[in-house]
Design a protein around this ligand. Structure first.
Ligand code: EPU
Length: 354
């Protein structure tokens, strides 16, 4: 039976709020109101949401990769599954983590316990449940490197399934949770496997100066230092990290670019394509530090768009569209957002609603 209580709507006693302002629940700090936000904390509470999920809804983690582009947002489901459990075997540590845990706290917990591997992924904002969705990555490491399995609750069957790493279809800032399973269920637990014979990943240029026998904690501290020097702190200058993904181009296109810009940064991929640095493309297009209606291209890292002066979500989206157009005019490369843009009736992409 569904029980409704004023202001604090309760479905089978699940925590929830009606007419809820999301301003403190998104790292862009833009104003948007949801008709209702639910905080399921266990599988039973998720089962009680089956009717809700037949209509438009959005799964919210810590809101660090989300831009609300209208004053109204859809119904929100914000999982509050908590807990971390470690299993040790001869060669591995298996860490089972609930989706509502904070990502950086997990990284610190592992390093404190002597479980190495996540040090390069320190200080990435967001929740553990959101991390596999966009396969978070930084400084030569991505979460997919450690995923053993993901527990995913299916809204159609009202049951959980265990997905292997292969079934998660991880790719650069992508997974099955952004594609065929999008909006069909919710990640509840993640199991990460760390080999005891840990090897430091120091290939990224900011880390290659560290000694080969560096401790994980020293690598973590260096990563924190790099991030603090390049990326704006969302608590001080609201932002969602990289706004766009780094684009992939064909070898032919890359040859033309390299001839015109000999110093262009590039990263050859296993499939033969070349990944370019979107931040570099934006900077060379003359947009570093560019401002429009309270939204800015960050002046240290052009891939980051910020809410520098009380911008609305719509203004930040307009700036993103402007950046996309100028870069396309100059390089004939269409930057695609990494940040998910949410309107009243669901997810949209750049160019929609304008
Ligand atoms: N660059 C510029 N101008 C800029 C920004 C970058 O010329 O304004 C150049 C840099 O000099 C460098 C290259 O572009 O040669 C790459 O820059 P950087 O190392 O800062 O990394 P990125 O490709 O811009 C990606 C991730 C970041 C991650 C870093 C480090 C994406 C979309 N972004 O950025 O992730 O921290 O690598 O591994 O893949 C995030 O996703 O929110 C995020 C911050």
């Amino acid at each position: 039976m569904t029980v409704f209580i004023c202001n604090d709507i309760s479905i089978d006693n699940m925590k929830s709020h009606q007419h809820f302002s999301l301003k403190k629940n998104n790292s862009f700090a833009v104003a948007a109101t949801t008709p209702v936000i639910y905080y399921p904390k266990n599988e039973k509470e998720l089962q009680s949401l089956s009717e809700i999920t037949e209509h438009e809804f959005y799964i919210l983690g810590e809101g660090s990769n989300t831009l609300f582009v209208e004053d109204k947002a859809p119904v929100m489901i914000k999982p509050e599954f908590l807990g971390i459990r470690v299993e040790e075997s001869n060669h591995f540590y298996d860490v089972h983590v609930a989706s509502g845990e904070n990502w950086h706290s997990l990284v610190c917990f592992c390093i404190e316990q002597g479980i190495n591997g996540l040090e390069n992924l320190a200080l990435i904002p967001g929740s553990v449940g959101a991390a596999p969705v966009q396969n978070i990555g930084a400084y030569g490491v991505e979460i997919a490197d450690f995923i053993e399995s993901v527990t995913w609750f299916c809204f159609q069957t009202n049951k959980s399934v265990l997905l292997s790493k292969a079934q998660c279809e991880f790719d650069y800032r992508a997974s099955i949770f952004k594609k065929s399973l999008k909006n069909k269920g919710i990640i509840t637990y993640v199991t990460l496997r760390f080999p005891k014979n840990w090897q430091a990943e120091l290939s990224y240029k900011g880390l290659s100066c560290l000694p080969k026998n560096s401790k994980a904690i020293d690598i973590m501290d260096t990563v924190i230092g790099i991030r603090n020097s390049k990326l704006p702190d969302p608590k001080l200058i609201p932002n969602a990290g990289s706004f766009f993904k780094n684009p992939l181009v064909s070898p032919d296109k890359f040859s033309l670019m390299k001839a015109a810009y000999p110093k262009i940064p590039y990263y050859p991929q296993e499939d033969g394509s070349i990944k370019l640095a979107a931040g570099w493309l934006i900077e060379v297009s003359g947009l570093k530090g560019y401002q429009m209606n309270g939204a800015s291209v960050h002046d240290q890292q052009a891939l980051v768009l910020t809410n520098s002066n009380a911008a609305s979500g719509a203004s930040i989206k307009k700036l993103a569209e402007y950046v996309q157009r100028i870069v396309c005019d100059r390089f004939e490369i269409s930057l695609q957002p990494e940040v998910r843009m949410i309107a009243e009736h669901g997810e949209i992409t750049l160019g929609d609603l304008s």
